[in-house]
Ligand binder design. Structure first.
Ligand code: SF4
Length: 221
């Protein structure tokens, strides 16, 4: 069934955005900044805000720690909530600069310790930490639970409304036959695109969903 996920590739990022994101993923700090920009924002506006920020500042710890908050805010206006996000970007950059000088230590730690350490940073929760860790260690090792993943897990009936981040994560991990998946990253990206565009919040397109036969929400319709 998972090969059927390919039909959701039509929702894939534009080629130039995909290229940009692949670059971002190589650097945990850039990924952290991108994740802050993505909070409550569409993928398109997140990318616009990131590219604009990049055109004004070097996306690295010292540069953003020293930048003026209002200049960061001006650069990321397209992303929405720009004042709050500018404050977060400035604060977290300063904190990382003062505490560690950078984020390269992540490569030397095991996954659990790295996540614990990342979560000590102001404004970094499970999701943001997992976004960073999954880009380094692979998606299955830090299955990111965002609002789309939470919604689909509840609708499928594999968790209830009160489920914690970790419970949702464990339930979603069990949906996949990891040993037989050749490209886990692509599979998970396609699943996420499906959760976002097909199992959308307002009007899910259940007839286009490959999970409908096993979906609790669909069976109740
Ligand atoms: S069948 Fe509908 S509600 Fe269920 S997972 Fe698919 S899109 Fe979502």
């Amino acid at each position: 069934m998972l090969k059927d996920l390919e039909k959701y590739a039509k929702y894939w990022w534009k080629e130039e955005d995909e290229k940009e994101y692949l670059e971002i993923k190589k650097d945990p700090f850039k990924l952290l900044i991108f994740t802050i920009l993505s909070q409550n924002t569409s993928s398109k506006n997140t990318m616009l805000a990131y590219k604009n920020l990049k055109s004004k500042f070097k996306i690295e710890v010292t540069c953003l720690a020293n930048a003026k908050e209002k200049d960061i805010a001006n650069a990321i206006r397209q992303g929405g909530l720009y004042r709050i996000k500018a404050k977060r970007i400035k604060e977290v950059s300063r904190e990382i600069k003062e505490k560690y000088g950078g984020l390269d230590w992540i490569y030397k730690m095991d996954i659990k310790d790295a996540k614990k350490e990342l979560k000590k940073l102001k404004g970094v929760g499970d999701k943001t930490a997992d976004v960073i860790i999954s880009s380094i260690y692979g998606s299955k090792n830090a299955f990111v639970v965002d609002t789309h993943m939470r919604r689909i897990a509840i609708r499928l009936g594999i968790v209830d409304e009160k489920a914690t981040y970790e419970e949702i994560q464990n339930a979603l991990i069990k949906l996949f036959p990891w040993d037989s998946i050749k490209n886990e990253e692509r599979t998970l990206s396609l699943f996420w695109l499906m959760a976002k565009h097909i199992c959308n919040a307002k009007k899910p397109k259940c007839n286009e969903c490959i999970f409908k036969e096993n979906c609790k929400w669909y069976k109740k319709l």
